[in-house]
Structures are given as C-alpha cells and as structure tokens.
Write a protein that binds this ligand. Structure first.
Ligand SMILES: [Zn+2]
Length: 99
C-alpha cells in the first residue's frame, strides 16, 4: 500500500515526498531512492521493462488504480485541511472573546 500521508512515520523520521513513476501518485517514502508507491506498481513497471510485447494488463486498469490512489491521497488531504480549519476557527473564536 502506498503511504499517502506522513502519519505512520515517526515524527522525527526522514521522509521523502515522491511521485510514483508508474501511476503518478504522490506518496511518502523513507528512502530517497524510492520510485514506486507500491509493490504492484514496481511489478508492473518491471514487467513493462522486460517485455517487448504489449503489456498484459489493461491501460484502463492502471488508470483506475491510479485514480483510486489519488482519491485516497486527496481524502487524507481533505481530512487534514478540515482539521486545520477547525483549529483555526477555534483560535479565531478565542481571539474574538479576548478583544
Ligand atoms: Zn504507483
């Protein structure tokens, strides 16, 4: 599974923001050399490199997979932004009260 957010890493861990070379999903990796978001993407890419003939999977499958990854990524972004928004609203309320 691709790591779509920084959560799950130790807060002081070195984390690299990468883009999957197969499906284009932005993901987080613990190694700067990471190229793929998942073992699935690595396997697809490896297969594409080693086969002269057309890839045995459907282009649409890859697209759906990439879109699902994007959705999961965007969901996590929305969640963290709405959390931030909530905190800012509360801070604003506090500031208003203090006036
Ligand atoms: Zn990928």
């Amino acid at each position: 599974m691709p790591r779509l957010s920084r959560e799950g890493f130790k807060h002081n861990a070195k984390v690299f923001e990468k883009t999957c070379q197969w499906c284009g999903t932005p993901f987080f990796a613990s190694r700067s050399t990471a190229k793929f978001c998942s073992s699935t993407c690595r396997a697809y890419s490896h297969q594409a490199d080693t086969l002269d003939t057309a890839a045995p999977w459907q282009e649409t499958d890859r697209t759906v997979d990439a879109l699902l990854h994007q959705i999961a990524f965007l969901k996590s972004q929305v969640e963290s932004l709405s959390r931030d928004n909530h905190e800012l609203r509360r801070a604003l309320e506090e500031a208003k009260k203090a006036e």
